[in-house]
Design a protein around this ligand. Structure first.
Ligand SMILES: [Zn+2]
Length: 171
């Protein structure tokens, strides 16, 4: 009996695609996944930066940074890794492996847990990319970990962040 009899979507032994509480569809662990496991490859079309910019403007959310010259457009059906949502406490990361981009677990993942990755955005227009990952350390926007501290400092100075409206404690 073939699994393909039930679905036309490509199969992956580690993950399945389902609606996500973070955003749209997400990738979830089919079973326990050990740390340091390659759960799939991020595949797509290699495109030049000008093409990449145009597609980003058109709303393509699956552009993956390759190098200074090229990006990868992962918006195709056989690229299940495109479904990994961003998280400020990601349990996966991308790594170069012999000419391909592998997605690896950073720790053991429980069955049913959503697989996430940090999209690694910089601070350009970060307000356009609010984060709903619900991690304890969520900084509110989808930026690379190296910018977490700067974003926390920036947002600490915003009036909108002081929800209680309390004045500083008096002694
Ligand atoms: Zn977050």
């Amino acid at each position: 009996m073939s699994l393909f009899a039930f679905s036309r979507s490509p199969k992956n032994r580690w993950l399945r695609i389902a609606p996500s509480g973070i955003d749209g569809m997400g990738a979830f662990a089919r079973k326990r996944i050990p740390s340091d496991t390659e759960i799939g490859r991020y595949t797509g079309e290699r495109i030049a930066k000008d093409v990449s910019r145009r597609r980003l403007q058109e709303g393509n959310r699956f552009i993956f940074y390759l190098n200074e010259q090229f990006d990868l457009d992962g918006d195709r059906a056989d690229n299940l890794c495109k479904y990994l949502n961003h998280s400020c406490d990601a349990n996966c990361e991308s790594r170069w492996r012999n000419g391909h981009i592998g997605i690896f677990t950073l720790r053991a993942v429980a069955p049913g847990e959503e697989l996430t990755i940090n999209y690694g955005y910089d601070l350009d227009n970060y307000r356009l990319f609010p984060c709903r990952c619900r991690a304890k350390n969520c900084v509110g926007y989808m930026v690379a970990e190296e910018f977490f501290d700067r974003l926390r400092q920036t947002n600490a100075n915003l009036p909108s962040n002081s929800e209680t409206g309390e004045s500083p404690a008096r002694d």
